[in-house]
Design a protein around this ligand. Structure first.
Ligand SMILES: [Zn+2]
Length: 395
């Protein structure tokens, strides 16, 4: 079967040209999370013009969409996730326009195979806004967007030469305010012993976190900053605010970390005589690995000439993604593809390099590898079972 549909997985030169133009348009007009109006509109027009049925706005988001193409019975259903939000100041420094191009490449390829080879199945492209901030997929998941989808994938560009096979941590965000009852000039504290200082409390909490880092469980991290620490050297502020991100590959450890963090904040308040308010919110769940999809994608990338890791054991980096919440509902893979140059994400250089032919070719290849993996899922019941069984073990 593979040999018969393999040739349809390759996009034509015209199809590649139109996709290059689309993603360059998105790159040149970077839009922040949940404001990706033009990026969404351009994709919707493109997919409608290419024979997909598209719904937008979608799942309560003005800049989300769902595009689908169905053949025969319309099952199994495989989805690709597109992302397209940019970062402040550096535009597409995370290369999300390439994620979009990769999803559309994969979607078009699978559509062609289903049509040309008359294979039962459905391909869906989910346009997912706001990955860089709160994570649109968190709410999309709650809205049931995966209800009729069997499995899903996406691929993110990275710097370097080799395909990475890492998983993503769960992320919890925290906001901490310390409030003083009585404040005034710091130099007046001698005659006003009732003064308390919410800056001191923030410093204590920050240092407690720094010391705790030595004893944190493997695969866990806490980082933070104090965006509101007063305005004048000669005034004790009434209130200060800090923000922290807590990460772990294990949801139970993340809960423990959250409790520990809350206690540290309470301790800092006790020591400084201030009032504390800790607001903790779970953002992204850790990605649940799906070895079947991951290994097939890596094999497909290797067959296309990419360097792939020798060891495929699961490791968690400290990064998080809202795809983690999707991966807990259906078998899924948040894959990567290398741009062939050592370059750091979230930089202006990354945004610049992502417009090169080299970067776009890597995107087309990754899209093809995703499509080939999806076709294996759609046509091979044993593979579907294998992908599902790892998923069922999540407990
Ligand atoms: Zn990103």
């Amino acid at each position: 079967m593979t040999a018969t549909f393999d040739k349809f997985l390759e996009l034509s030169n015209e199809e590649k040209d139109s996709l290059r133009a689309l993603i360059e348009k998105i790159r040149m007009e970077p839009e922040l999370s949940f404001q990706e109006y033009n990026a969404c509109k351009n994709q919707v027009e493109y997919l409608t013009g290419n024979g997909f049925t598209v719904v937008t706005p979608y799942a309560g988001f003005e800049t989300a969409y769902r595009a689908e193409f169905s053949f025969g019975s319309g099952t199994p259903v495989f989805a690709f996730c597109s992302e397209y939000d940019a970062l402040p100041e550096i535009g597409h420094g995370c290369g999300h326009h390439l994620i979009c191009g990769c999803a559309l490449t994969a979607g078009l390829s699978v559509k062609k195979v289903l049509e040309q080879c008359r294979i039962d199945g459905k391909v869906v492209i989910l346009g997912c806004p706001g990955e860089e901030t709160d994570g649109g997929k968190v709410d999309m998941a709650k809205q049931g967007v995966l209800d009729d989808i069997d499995a899903l994938m996406m691929a993110h560009p990275t710097g370097g030469e080799s395909v990475i096979c890492g998983e993503y941590s769960g992320v919890c965000s925290a906001e901490v305010t310390f409030t003083a009852e009585k404040t005034g000039s710091p130099v007046a504290r001698v005659s006003n012993p009732e003064f308390t200082n919410p800056i001191d409390a923030q410093v204590l909490l920050y240092q407690a976190v720094a010391l705790k880092r030595h004893y944190m469980p493997f695969d866990s991290a806490i980082s933070g900053c104090i965006p509101d620490g007063g305005v004048r050297a000669n005034m004790i502020p009434k209130q200060t605010k800090s923000v922290y991100t807590l990460r772990s590959s294990d949801m139970n450890i993340l809960k423990e970390l959250s409790e520990m963090f809350r206690n540290m904040a309470k301790g800092a308040a006790l020591l400084t005589g201030t009032q504390v308010n800790v607001s903790l919110s779970m953002r992204h769940q850790p990605t649940l690995p799906c070895p079947a999809l991951r290994d097939t994608y890596l094999d497909n990338m290797a067959a296309l000439g990419f360097k792939t890791p020798e060891s495929r054991h699961i490791y968690y980096g400290s990064a998080g993604t809202d795809f983690g919440n999707f991966s807990r509902i259906r078998p899924g893979l948040h894959a990567h593809f290398p741009l062939g140059k050592k370059i750091a994400a979230h930089t202006a250089e990354f945004a610049e390099f992502s417009s090169t032919d080299q970067a776009r070719e890597a995107m087309f290849s990754a899209g093809k590898a995703l499509a080939k993996t999806a076709m294996k899922y759609i046509t091979d019941p044993d593979f579907r079972k294998e992908a599902g069984s790892a998923f069922e073990k999540k407990g």
